[in-house]
Design a protein around this ligand. Structure first.
Ligand SMILES: C[S@@+](CC[C@H](N)C(=O)[O-])C[C@H]1O[C@@H](n2cnc3c(N)ncnc32)[C@H](O)[C@@H]1O
Length: 433
C-alpha cells in the first residue's frame, strides 16, 4: 500500500475509534517516510484524545515545524498545553492559530475560556466569544456557556449572550433568572421583571424566578417565597461556592465571626462550657472549629450538602444534618445548651419561626449567639444589591421577647468586606426562654 492508502486506513480507524490500529498504521508510515505530515498530526491528535499529553505535544510540535501555516495544528497544540495547565503556551498557540485563520471555532472558544477564567479579561474573552457565536449562532449550550463565563466576571456583556440563548431556546428556565440577575446588577429592574414574568409564564412555581421578581419589583419577598428560595437557590449557591468558601470569606473578605464569636462568648459567659451545641447554617465548619474547645459535642445543620462535606472533613462535629434549619430543629427530638447562627440570619429575613424553633429545643439556661447585618429603621430589610437581609436591633429584641428570651449582650462588629467597604454587623448573646 502507498503511504496515502495507509493514511486513509489510519484515518478510518481513528474515525471508528480504533486508536491502536490508527497508531500502528501511522507509525508504519513514518518508518518509511519520517516527514509524512498527516500521520504525525494524527498521532498528535490521538495521543491528545487519549490523555498521553507529552507524546501528543511531541508529535504536534513536529507537525508544526513541518507546517507552521496550519491553524489546525497550532490549535491542537494549544489544546494540549491547556490540558497541561500551561495556559501561557496555550494562549500563545491559540493567538498564532487565529492570526492564520480567525474562523476556527474551537480556538475561539478555548482562547475565550482562558481569557475569561484564567486572565479574567472580560473584554478580550468577549471578542473571542463573539466570533465563536458568529460561527455557530444556533448552539444553545455554547451561547449560554459564554453568558455564564462572562457573568462570573460581573460584566454586562453576559446579557447579550443570555438573550441570544433565549432566542434559540425560550424553554430553558434557568436562563431567565440568570438574565434577570445580570439585568438587576446593571440596575435595569424593569427589563429584568419583564424576563422574569416571561419565565414565570412557562414555570409559574419556580422559586428563583418568584424571588427575583420581588426584587425586580422592589417588594420584600414574603416568608413562603423566601423559604422556597433558600431550599432551591441558596442551597445551589453554596453548593457551587463551597470549595472556595473558606479562602474567599476568610482570606479575601476578612470574615470576622470565627474570631469574634468565641471571643464574645469568652468575654460574656463565666466558666464557659457547654455540653451540647448546634451550629445553625454551619457551612464549612469555620465556627465549629473555633467553639469546639468549650463544647462537649457539636451538631451542624446546613442546607448545602457541598458545604457540609467540607465541614465533615474537618472532623469537628459529632453530627451533621442536611436540611433547612427551622425544619430540622422542629423535626428533631434533641435539645441544646448553645445555639449559634453566624452569617445565616441574613438569608432568613423574618425571625419569628427561627426563634420559636430554638426556644422549643433549648435546655434550661441555653444561650443563642447570632450575627446580623445591621440596619436602621423598622424590622428587617431586604437588600437588593446583595440579596441578603439586614436586621434592626429592636426587631431582634422584640422577637426574642415574644419567645420569653432576653438579649444579654450586643456588640457592634465589622462583619466582613464587600465591595471594598466593611459590612456593619451586630453580635447578640441571647438567653433562651
Ligand atoms: C455565609 S454561610 C455561613 C456559614 C457558617 N455559619 C460560617 O459562619 O462560616 C451561610 C450558610 O448558611 C446556610 N443556610 C442559609 N440559610 C439556611 C437555612 N435556612 N437553613 C439551612 N442552612 C442555611 C448556607 O447553605 C451556608 O452554608
Amino acid at each position: 500500500m502507498t503511504p496515502n492508502q495507509l493514511f486513509q486506513k489510519a484515518h478510518a480507524s481513528y474515525v471508528q475509534g480504533d486508536f491502536p490500529t490508527a497508531i500502528k498504521v501511522c507509525k508504519k508510515i513514518l518508518r518509511t517516510n519520517q516527514t509524512y505530515l498527516n500521520a504525525i498530526s494524527l498521532l498528535g491528535t490521538i495521543y491528545a484524545e487519549t490523555g498521553e499529553l507529552p507524546e501528543a505535544k511531541k508529535y504536534l510540535e513536529k507537525a508544526d515545524r513541518l507546517n507552521p501555516a496550519s491553524a489546525y495544528i497550532k490549535g491542537n497544540l494549544g489544546n494540549v498545553c491547556k490540558m497541561q495547565n500551561d495556559f501561557h503556551s496555550a494562549r500563545t498557540y491559540y493567538l498564532q492559530a487565529l492570526e492564520l485563520d480567525n474562523n476556527v471555532l474551537g480556538v475561539n472558544i478555548n482562547l475565550g475560556n482562558i481569557l475569561a477564567h484564567v486572565d479574567k479579561d472580560a473584554e478580550a474573552a468577549s471578542r473571542c466569544y463573539r466570533k465563536a457565536a458568529e460561527i455557530k449562532p444556533d448552539d444553545f449550550d455554547l451561547i449560554y456557556s459564554f453568558g455564564r463565563s462572562l457573568d462570573i466576571l460581573n460584566t454586562a456583556a453576559a446579557i447579550d449572550y443570555y438573550k441570544q440563548a433565549l432566542n434559540i431556546n425560550p424553554s430553558q428556565i434557568d436562563v431567565y433568572s440568570d438574565l434577570a440577575l445580570a439585568l438587576l446588577r446593571t440596575k435595569r429592574s424593569d427589563e429584568a421583571a419583564t424576563y422574569l414574568r416571561l419565565g414565570l409564564d412557562k414555570s409559574p412555581n419556580n422559586a428563583q424566578l418568584r424571588f427575583c421578581l420581588c426584587v425586580a419589583e422592589g417588594r420584600t419577598p414574603d416568608e413562603d417565597i423566601n423559604t422556597e428560595y433558600i431550599n432551591s437557590s441558596v442551597q445551589k449557591l453554596f453548593d457551587i461556592y463551597a470549595k472556595d468558601f473558606d479562602n474567599s470569606l476568610v482570606d479575601k473578605l476578612q470574615y470576622s465571626a470565627p474570631v469574634e464569636i468565641p471571643q464574645f462568648l469568652k468575654e460574656t459567659v463565666p466558666d464557659i462550657h457547654f455540653k451540647s451545641c448546634v451550629d445553625l447554617g454551619c457551612g464549612t465548619g469555620l465556627i465549629g472549629e473555633e467553639v469546639r474547645s468549650f463544647c462537649d459535642e457539636i451538631t451542624g445543620i446546613d442546607i448545602s450538602s457541598e458545604m457540609l462535606s467540607i465541614a465533615r472533613a474537618k472532623k469537628c462535629y459529632e453530627d451533621l444534618q442536611h436540611g433547612e434549619i427551622i425544619e430540622v430543629l422542629n423535626n428533631s427530638s434533641r435539645r441544646y445548651d448553645l445555639f449559634v447562627a453566624a452569617e445565616v440570619i441574613n438569608y432568613i429575613g423574618a425571625l419569628e419561626k427561627l426563634f420559636c424553633a430554638v426556644s422549643a429545643k433549648a435546655n434550661p439556661n441555653a444561650l443563642f449567639v447570632i450575627t446580623t447585618e445591621r440596619c436602621e429603621g423598622d424590622g428587617y430589610v431586604f437588600q437588593k444589591e446583595s440579596f441578603r437581609y439586614a436586621h434592626n436591633r429592636e426587631y431582634v429584641e422584640k422577637v426574642a421577647a415574644m419567645n420569653g428570651s432576653t438579649i444579654l449582650h450586643v456588640k457592634q462588629i465589622k462583619l466582613r468586606m464587600e465591595n471594598n467597604t466593611w459590612v456593619a454587623g451586630e453580635l447578640f448573646l441571647i438567653k433562651v426562654n
